[in-house]
Write a protein of this length. Sequence first.
Length: 225
Amino acid sequence: MVVGAALINALRVVKKDIGEAKVVINGAGSAGIAIGKHLLNLGVKHLKMVDRFGVLCEGEQMNPAQEEMAKITNPEKFSGKLADAMKGADVFIGVSAPHIVSKEMVQSMAPGAIVFPMANPVPEIEPDEALEAGAAVVGTGRSDHPNQINNVMCFPGLFRGALDVRARDINEEMKQAASHALADLVAPEELTDKYILPKAFDKRIGPAVAAAVAKAARDSGVARL
């Protein structure tokens, strides 16, 4: 949900449409798959998932969770490694391993590239290297760089909103509402390449996300209050 919020605002910065952006997620484990599903629900249409063996492609051998993702991503049945997938991509999201992305790989991306290397504590590429290579917006999981993408921004508000209306479930509508509420805390006049998300300890986050989640629960029929 926090990655979704970061992507919404990063795309606003570079003036690209979420439905047209070509997105690559490196790391096809639980985190990568959860992010991939959420981004599809937010409107991403061009998504490639990559693991250490290459781009997930339907028909190849992989685990059941990856097989499910292969069916709903990579419609071109593109086959290749991470470097191949990043050529011409608008967005790179990393939840994988340190220093596996080179400056040359970032340089191969589309103009106005968004790079979120979130491996902790060492990202897939250092932020300064990504910027030197031409990335327009860079966000990491670390607090010592701009644009920290930290899941602490989601959980208090998400659960507060669900509990407030005694929701029977936390559904996709509630998750999408959380992403949009978090993104909208950055006002248009505040939005820059170095400020796409509020700071983790911004006291507005919990109440704003809770209110949006509660409304989405009511609108989608899972609230009991």
